[in-house]
Design a binder for this molecule. Sequence first.
Ligand code: 4NP
Length: 157
Amino acid sequence: MKILMVCLGNICRSPLAEGILRDKVRKCELDIVVDSAGTNRYHIGEAPDPRSIACAEAHGIDISDLRARQFKKADFERFDRIYVMDRSNMSDILALAKNQEERDKVEMILNVNRPNSDMDVPDPYYGGDEGFEHVYKLLDSACEHLLQEWEKESHKA
Ligand code: 4NP
């Protein structure tokens, strides 16, 4: 299974989501690949925002070696599920999909544990450190939910 986390810049929310999910996958020894990307190109090649790095580090997760990249159409083929952080990411990604199969891979990350809520993970870029901790908590509970579903499936198999 291959999972892609997507936000706007790929420096605040999606690298945090990637780090959180990778950490859980590693601890459970599941065979799941996690990556992240941004819809825009402003921060390509950059490390995550220092506030995202610090927030992850406070929770024992190192995301300092991640580098921002832009989402590309080939990602629809490379990944099984694409989780977007907000409705704006959703429309940007859906606009690049070429068929229903690709559109069906895209889901709002918070719908994982809050079905049909269509809640955004708020963009913390222009706020303070507390915004990052709030984002961390939202993403951690969504990722925990994903993990529990996969574990249930792996016990069934
Ligand atoms: P992200 O946050 O989408 O969570 O990575 C942002 C990063 C950069 C900008 C906006 C949001 N920006 O405008 O440069």
